[in-house]
Design a protein around this ligand. Structure first.
Ligand SMILES: *Cc1c(COP(=O)(O)O)cnc(C)c1O
Length: 369
């Protein structure tokens, strides 16, 4: 499983307390990275468990009971010229604060967010927990390249009655990840489930939203599909997004369409970046409603995008048992170009003209600040 939890030893934690965020870095039990890699699987699992354990935090909370919590997902990518760089963390900082406000929590200040993510990556790198660029990744345009995944999230104070958090924690962990989708299949399926309802929390990256996603994705996988796609809750006719990624359709007319944002779609940072990269290439991009009917007759290329998924093509879509194949079952040209450009910029192979990369350390030795 590409998304196993092998948390790096240094964890950031802040707690909201009467108007202030009290910050700390915790250094969990560890040996050197080489010694850890040599552990047998039982010892490695025990270590991983201890890293994921906070005996001083409440087990019963609004987060554990009601899924009342927000999170972010971003990556620090090993750079061609050394060191690590985080992709557009300012955007994640803004979204995290928006998500917390959306749940009536005290928003985590954006500058603290930036300091927390870079600090956690840097301190782990200083202990040798990091990744080094490998030119072999260039062969398949980084399709299977690893990265340091960064997961900041909130956790409520101990509580049981249904209510909102007044004194949450914000925690940031890092863990290595590889490709999100195995390339065995690139078939997608339209889920019969509803991910997000109007006036609900679909636009917020909050824990409660992901139960439906997990069920729908499990059902898709059981049916032999890589991913599921959700339709709108009201008309059951328009595309919204995947289980944890946004969606794009390149039409025969030359228009690249992604569903317009509203309160049921998560505003992805990869989505935003892909729109810009496509426009730079002179592609006409529209954010608008797009129906199943239109996609089945007009689409020539389809892809998902997100921090975990990158830009991942899917070459068929199954809707109510009927399968439609796009581009003769092959990845399309525009999808491939956008995927290569995005990954190229992220790993420092293509010049970052937009200032999207936030360099954490120029050398892999890291530096504790
Ligand atoms: C995180 C997420 C995305 C993708 O957002 P990125 O910022 O590109 O990683 C899309 N949809 C959902 C539901 C998500 O949770």
């Amino acid at each position: 499983m590409a998304f196993g939890l092998n948390t790096y030893p240094v964890v950031y934690r802040a707690k909201y307390d009467t108007g202030n965020w009290r910050e700390e870095y915790l250094e969990k039990a560890h040996k050197t990275p080489a010694e850890e890699a040599a552990l047998d699987s039982a010892a490695a699992a025990a270590l991983a468990d201890s890293r994921n354990c906070y005996p001083d935090m409440p087990l019963v909370s609004y987060t554990s009971q009601y899924g009342y919590g927000v999170f972010e997902g971003l990556k620090a990518l090993p750079q061609k010229d050394g060191g690590l760089a985080i992709f557009r963390p300012d955007q994640n900082a803004a979204r995290f604060a928006r998500s917390m406000k959306g749940l009536y929590m005290p928003p985590f200040p954006e500058e603290l967010f930036l300091k927390a993510v870079t600090g956690t990556v840097r301190r782990n790198a200083a202990l040798g927990f990091s990744l080094v660029y490998d030119p072999a990744w260039e062969k398949d345009a980084f399709s299977n390249a690893p990265a340091v995944y960064i997961r900041p999230f909130s956790c409520s104070e101990g509580a049981i009655g249904v209510s909102i958090a007044k004194a949450p924690w914000v925690i940031c962990i890092c863990s290595p990840v590889t490709a999100y989708y195995s390339d065995a299949s690139s078939d997608a399926v339209v889920s019969g489930r509803i991910r997000a309802n109007p006036r609900g929390t679909g636009w917020i990256k909050c824990a409660a939203n992901y139960v439906i996603s997990a069920l729908a994705k499990h059902e898709a996988n059981e049916g032999g599909f890589v991913e599921c796609v959700f339709l709108d809750a009201v008309e059951r006719k328009y595309f919204e997004e995947g289980s944890s990624c946004n969606i794009f359709f390149y039409l025969k007319s030359g228009e690249l369409v992604t569903p317009e944002l509203g309160d049921t779609i998560l505003p992805g940072i990869t989505r935003l970046s892909v729109i810009e990269l496509a426009q730079d290439r002179g592609v006409r991009v529209s954010e608008r409603k797009i129906s199943v009917e239109e996609v089945l007759s007009e689409a020539r290329e389809c892809f998902f995008c997100g921090t975990a998924a990158g830009a991942t093509p899917f070459t068929s879509l199954t809707c109510q048992g009927r399968k439609t194949v796009f581009n003769k079952g092959k990845e399309g040209e525009l999808t491939a170009e956008l995927r290569r450009t995005l990954k190229g910029i992220q790993y420092g192979l293509i010049e970052d003209r937009k200032g999207w990369l936030h360099h954490v350390s120029r050398s892999n030795e890291g530096r504790a600040d």
